[in-house]
Design a protein around this ligand. Structure first.
Ligand code: XIL
Length: 362
């Protein structure tokens, strides 16, 4: 970001913070909330910039390549594309000799509202939505197909309730309007639009919840039988310092490998909160970040990366991506408990390497 952009973003954050503070109601779901004031960004380049350039060989945008960031409705009712931020990341990757992944084409979250509506604001027809999605996938492919090594074609399509495709009642307007074959269709279009990229179906908790893991297995097995060009399962791996056991991670990677699919880890971080009581509406209180805790986290990263190395040697695991660079910018600072903060990554808030970084690189 330039300093002007940072200043504009900071102003915007202050407004949103004030609105949020005014409207926020505590609930069992969000018991801890201390309204941390937004801080101005330091002048010049953020520590993350240098680290991103020097410590990683692959980049992915945390939000800037999602449909809601790119696909807008113009004043004439026609779609308009905003590729400014995605272009910037592409240029960054090129300048640093890095690969770039695309996250994500189809997802029930962070899609623009207009896409599901007709001119009257009612639910749009299947034909129109299909055309809009197709137009999106092909326009993005036209611009980026030569720059993208892998694409998350469909994100988070397995329901946590019954482990089959997430439907309208489970917040997928894609399923609701297009029906269950939207997943296959998206992959066929993506294959044409991104002929050189590997095509990923990406989801969370596959290494944690055996039923969901099996649900994804059943889905991709049937997709392959139908000739749908899915070649990779993406494991998001938003995991924590205790769970899941490494053996479950290994089992998950090998399960998808047994179908002849590749696996990539797409959004890994290791939270220091286990939130074991979250099903009863109770989340852990903020903990003290001691050197012992960072050692424990380092040990956990190291054990999991041993498994990754084994699965990479076996030819199944192709990439491991961390969901963020420094703890300061991690989305876990506001999820699942807004404002609790977390320290899940390899670099601390100032960009200094943590114990986990030392363990993985020694
Ligand atoms: C998260 C981003 O990290 C946040 O900045 C944003 O506010 C919400 O989305 N699964 C995904 C990611 O596939 O796109 C999500 O990223 C984290 C969970």
């Amino acid at each position: 970001m330039t300093d002007e952009e940072k200043a504009a973003l900071y102003e915007n954050m202050k407004i949103r913070h004030a609105e949020f503070k005014k409207n926020f109601k505590t609930s069992p779901e969000f018991p801890v909330f201390n309204f941390p004031e937004p801080q101005p960004f330091p002048a010049g380049r953020m520590p993350d910039y240098k680290l991103a350039a020097n410590q990683f060989n692959l980049v992915v945008a945390e939000n800037e390549c999602k449909m809601g960031s790119i696909y807008h409705l113009g004043p004439d009712g026609k779609p308009v594309f905003d590729f400014k931020m995605a272009d910037r990341l592409r240029d960054f990757a090129k300048a640093n000799g890095q690969d770039m992944r695309w996250h994500t084409l189809v997802w029930h979250n962070q899609s623009p509202d207009w896409i599901f509506k007709d001119e009257k604001g009612d639910k749009v027809s299947r034909e129109v939505l299909e055309e809009r999605l197709k137009n999106y996938i092909f326009t993005v492919g036209d611009r980026y197909q030569n720059d993208i090594c892998s694409v998350d074609v469909v994100n988070e399509c397995i329901s946590d309730k019954n482990y089959i495709l997430r439907d309208g009642a489970d917040r997928s307007q894609w399923f609701d309007i297009l029906g269950p074959d939207y997943v296959d269709k998206a992959f066929f279009w993506a294959k044409e639009a991104f002929p050189k990229s590997s095509l990923v179906i990406n989801d969370y908790n596959l290494e944690i919840v055996p039923g969901k893991r099996q649900g994804m297995y059943d889905l991709v097995k049937r997709m392959k039988e139908r000739g749908v060009p899915v070649d990779t399962v993406g494991l998001q791996m938003h995991i924590n310092i205790e769970n899941p056991p490494v053996s479950e991670i290994e089992k998950t990677i090998e399960l998808y490998g047994s179908l002849g699919l590749n696996v990539i880890v797409t959004e890994m971080e290791i939270s220091v909160y286990t939130d074991k009581e979250q099903n009863n509406g109770k989340f852990d209180e903020r903990r003290e970040y001691t050197p012992e805790l960072f050692e424990q986290q380092a040990e956990r990263y190291a054990q999991i990366f041993e498994c990754f190395k084994k699965e990479a040697k076996a030819g199944i695991l192709k990439d491991v991506v961390l969901w963020g660079i420094t703890d300061r910018m991690s989305w876990k600072n506001n999820f699942p408990v807004p404002g609790r903060t977390d320290v899940p990554l390899l670099f601390d808030g100032e960009g200094k390497p943590k114990a986990a970084f030392d363990r993985l690189t020694k």
